[in-house]
Design a protein around this ligand. Structure first.
Ligand code: PHE
Length: 462
């Protein structure tokens, strides 16, 4: 066997995996869902799911990687011949995600520069975001820079690229998130209805459970939202955790690492809410939180920052720089999953794989950018929505391929390969497998059933 790259120790693995997990999802989706789904109710459901459902999927994928010393494309076939196809399908996920993730990374870069150069007012204008994404060249240029940086890191390799950068960026990210959170709690202002508000009012909106008028049906929506969010947030079913698992030493304590990754990801998501919700509520009222996704990050927040005057410029710059770190450590993990697959499956060198996939993602990324101008078209999507090329790629990967892969993994491990294979791998140096019975019940019964519901909901059947 060719000498396989590896992380130098558990800390390297945990930082890299947490870097993958902490991304745009933590920052622009978690706070929005929490505000929409009754604050503390959502948070409670999310945390319960993280230690049951999330832990099951994460430990399974990392253990498969370490056991087979293969990335997703070839790992499943090694466990069982009949499941080779699952590796193929899982390999399509990062391939679909990379191009558009880098386009969004480019948008973040653009906003960081806008705030750093002091064009705070311009960024708060109505139509600024639309004007930017519909312009023909600018988004492509920023995409190229972001993708180029991603390719560069992966080209350098696992230890001197991914691990080194993650160990450097992740601690800075945490410090920035804590710093910004503390600051936003201290702000005061007047919202559009003329009500005087403080950061602490916003914190109440975020944390205090709001069961008022919550029907059973709404509770189900909260659970589904939390599950979808968790699933995306811990980067499972997209090849990444199998590939990263394959670089972990045989004597590392997987259980401990998986717990640390989950804690890291959840804490950053929780803090993202503390960072964003009070700021939005103070300046825009509770309704300000009604937009999620790109709207929150690229339209609402710039308005909030600009209404803060000089401190808004500093805060905005810090915020978008922090988001670049979060997005870069995620995008490089997506590229690594692809590169690692090409190396294992086709025997390519790292450099060849990184450059080839970089070129493909560039072409696809340009198409994504053009989807907002010359290739603009309103494609119909489930639940009566429409979308552009970016939304379609996002839909194919997140709503369709990822749930299918996750269901496949649960059935394969639960019923064919056997949960014991995973448990043995995790405990092979005598480590304890906490929550063992829970794990078996989850992987065989509960997780696949929950995932089937998630899948049916996301394709618009229920
Ligand atoms: N886990 C990331 C997040 O929460 C999402 C992600 C990572 C998406 C890697 C794609 C690839 O934002």
């Amino acid at each position: 066997m060719k000498d396989r790259s590896s992380f130098s120790n558990s800390l390297g693995f945990v930082m890299a995996a947490a870097g993958s997990a902490v991304g745009l999802g933590n920052i622009w989706r978690f706070p929005y869902l929490a505000a929409k789904d009754g604050g503390g109710v959502f948070i409670l459901v999310y945390v319960i799911l993280a230690v049951t459902f999330g832990f099951t999927l994460l430990v399974t994928q990392v253990a498969i990687g370490r056991k087979t010393k293969q990335s997703q494309w070839t790992a499943y076939g090694q466990l069982s011949k009949n499941w080779k196809w699952l590796g193929m399908v899982e390999s399509m996920v990062p391939f679909v995600i990379l191009p558009y993730y880098c386009v969004i990374g480019g948008w973040v870069l653009k906003y960081a520069i806008t705030f750093i150069t002091g064009e705070t007012e311009a960024a708060a204008q109505d139509g600024y975001f639309n004007g930017f994404i519909t312009s023909q060249w600018s988004p492509i240029v920023f995409d190229v820079i972001f993708l180029g940086a991603t390719v560069f890191v992966i080209y350098k390799g696992v230890e001197s690229g991914i691990e080194r950068l993650s160990k450097f960026l992740m601690p800075i990210l945490v410090i920035m998130v804590i710093g910004i959170s503390i600051y936003t709690l201290t702000i005061q202002g007047v919202d559009p209805n003329g009500v005087k508000r403080t950061g602490l009012d916003g914190l109440a909106v975020y944390l205090i459970p709001d069961f008022s008028g919550m029907t059973f049906k709404e509770l189900i929506t909260v659970i589904m939202d939390a599950m979808g969010q968790l699933f995306f947030s811990i980067s499972v079913a997209m090849g990444i955790m199998v590939a990263y698992g394959s670089y972990v030493d045989d004597d590392a304590d997987l259980m401990k690492s998986v717990n640390q990754i989950e804690i890291f990801d959840t804490v950053v998501a929780l803090l993202a809410g503390v960072m964003i919700i009070p700021a939005v509520v103070v300046f825009m009222g509770k309704e300000g939180m009604s937009s999620g996704g790109p709207g929150l990050m690229f339209i609402t927040l710039p308005k909030v920052f600009s209404s803060m005057g000089v401190s808004g410029r500093i805060l905005g710059s810090a915020f978008f720089i922090m988001v670049i770190f979060a997005a870069l450590t995620s995008s490089m993990s997506v590229l690594e999953a692809i590169v690692s697959g090409l190396m294992d499956r086709l025997g390519w060198s790292r450099k060849r794989a990184a450059l080839t996939e970089g070129a493909i993602a560039l072409v696809m990324g340009i198409l994504v950018c053009l989807g907002y101008n010359v290739l603009y078209f309103d494609f119909p999507m489930p639940h009566g929505k429409t979308g552009q090329i970016l939304d379609i790629l996002d839909y194919i990967s997140n709503n369709f391929l990822m749930p299918v892969v996750a269901i496949g993994v649960c059935i394969m491990v639960g019923w064919f390969v056997g949960p014991d294979t995973i448990i043995k791998e995790v405990t092979k140096n005598g480590e304890k497998f906490g929550r063992k019975h829970l794990y078996i019940a989850m992987i065989r019964f509960i997780a696949p059933v929950m995932l089937i519901f998630l899948f049916l909901e996301s394709v618009g059947i229920i």
